[in-house]
Design a binder for this molecule. Structure first.
Ligand SMILES: [Zn+2]
Length: 474
């Protein structure tokens, strides 16, 4: 039998890039797509996997998840296994460090590709919340050197002034770094008000706008009107932005309080106030006991949402320094933002992400399949939002499609259950029927990180962000 020769037989192959949707075989050699063929033509000497009745899409690329963040309570790299189980083959970590990427993939990699965004945390990863131009420039270049592909601004937690935010975007753009923003400046907040500032912050610049659904929770006005305004803002920035939306009702935040017992961050404060709780340690304890707030913690070998008395004990024991979740995302907003198309028929929001990974809400495939059943997505739309468009967002020219020579990254879905049932990276299975068998993985970096990566001993690949749709015609 020939090494590395695999045939995936008789699945329904959905490949938006090639406008192909037919039952056929995929022939893989040496980790690449050799060709798509009629059923049964290619067989001799190959391993064959029967995919009759299954849907086959280019490997799912999650453009917003968490596997390399700075957490005191859970190991974010557990997210690799959780994503592999959920059918993901490539993930963009939205806020960590290069060191965490390297250490985490060694510890808990599950065979996925990962690209990282360096989290900008004043006093920790960037000198202050009022950094000089020189400090911004060196922070961005250090982030690239240590193995991230760019930087992430966490406006809901560590906001900068609009001027500093604008400078971070400008500097990242000029260094060709990817730059992502959980919106909100010191003048606004993690809501529609933060989104309204973006046209001015951005000017002619380029930016990834994170989880647009988070800004349409009905904080500023009726959530339906918030969606309309968000869609108008995003449409006006077409060609300058990448964007994504996630579908889980549960958000992800933290419960940290200051020494006076006040909840520190903007996001959890909003969550508490929205349901009539005080934004204090007592308000948080009450919200936990009422079942509104959950604690994110390791339980039974995996990371899950914990409620009630057990959650309260963890919250108290951790002295409030723990990941938390509130059911504040509105399905209606997620639906509107996911399905809206502009006047020429392009989706306004590029991708469906999870904002998951180590947050237990990796449901992008299931919810996108539900939208197919609902009639809101064609199967092609689903594959575009999960694989093809994300590959263009990140400049991964060899992923997101089944053209000859493409990377054999593949996600297989059971259309009856809507669940991912198998996935492959470079033609090797990393998940079969929910069981994760992938190990290690590959870090996607810019050329600036070659030295760090060759020293690290971890598999890596240099990508060219000039190929990202973010930097097209820039
Ligand atoms: Zn996130």
């Amino acid at each position: 039998m020939e090494e590395n020769h695999l045939v995936l037989r008789g699945g329904r192959i959905i490949d938006p890039a090639n406008n192909f949707d037919e039952v056929a075989d995929i022939v893989i050699r040496c980790g690449k797509i050799q060709h798509i063929s009629e059923i049964g033509v290619e067989s001799s000497g190959a391993n064959t996997i029967n995919l009759k009745g299954k849907w086959v899409i280019p490997g799912q690329i999650d453009t917003h998840a968490h596997v390399a963040g700075i957490s005191r309570t859970v190991d974010p790299s557990l997210g690799y296994g959780m994503l592999a189980k959920a059918g993901t083959t490539t993930v963009v970590d939205m806020g960590g460090t290069g060191k965490n990427l390297i250490d985490g993939i060694k510890r808990n990699g599950a065979g996925l590709n990962v690209a990282g965004q360096f989290a900008l945390i004043p006093g920790l990863t960037i000198p202050s919340d009022n950094p000089s131009k020189g400090e911004i420039a060196s922070t961005v270049s250090d982030a690239l050197r240590q193995g991230c592909i760019g930087v992430k601004m966490l406006g809901g937690y560590h906001p900068f002034s609009p001027e500093t935010t604008s400078e971070i975007v400008r500097e990242s753009n000029s260094q060709g770094a990817y730059v992502a923003f959980h919106v909100g400046s010191k003048d606004s907040g993690s809501h529609l008000g933060g989104l309204r500032e973006i046209p001015e912050i951005l000017g002619e610049g380029r930016l990834h706008i994170c989880h647009v659904n988070s800004y349409c929770r009905g904080v500023v006005k009726d959530s339906g009107d918030e969606c309309k305004e968000a869609i108008a803002i995003l449409s006006s920035l077409k060609g300058q932005i990448n964007s994504e939306v996630y579908h889980a009702v549960a958000n992800g935040t933290n419960g940290a309080c200051d020494k006076d017992g006040n909840v520190i961050a903007n996001v959890p404060r909003n969550c508490l106030v929205a349901r009539g709780f005080e934004p204090t340690i007592d308000g948080m304890r009450q919200a936990i006991m009422d079942g509104y707030a959950s604690v994110i913690s390791v339980k039974g070998g995996g990371i899950s949402y914990i409620k009630g008395k057990e959650a309260l004990d963890i919250y108290n024991k951790s002295k409030t320094m723990v990941g938390m979740s509130f059911p504040v995302n509105l399905p209606g907003s997620a639906f509107n933002l996911t399905t809206e198309k502009d006047s020429v028929g392009d989706f306004v929001v590029d991708a469906v992400s999870t904002d998951g990974g180590s947050h237990p809400r990796n449901v992008a495939i299931q919810t996108s399949m539900a939208l197919v059943r609902f009639g809101a997505f064609t199967p092609m739309d689903m594959a575009s939002k999960l694989s093809w468009t994300p590959s263009r967002m990140m400049g991964l020219l060899n992923k997101g499609h089944f053209s000859q020579g493409a990377d054999a990254d593949i996600t297989v879905i059971d259309p009856h259950s809507g669940e991912p049932v198998m996935s492959f990276v470079d033609g090797d299975p990393i998940m079969i029927n929910g069981e994760v068998i992938g190990k290690g993985g590959r870090i996607l970096v810019t050329a600036a990180a070659e030295r760090t990566m060759s020293d690290s001993g971890v598999k890596y690949q240099v990508i060219d962000l000039a190929e990202s749709k973010l930097y097209q015609n820039y």
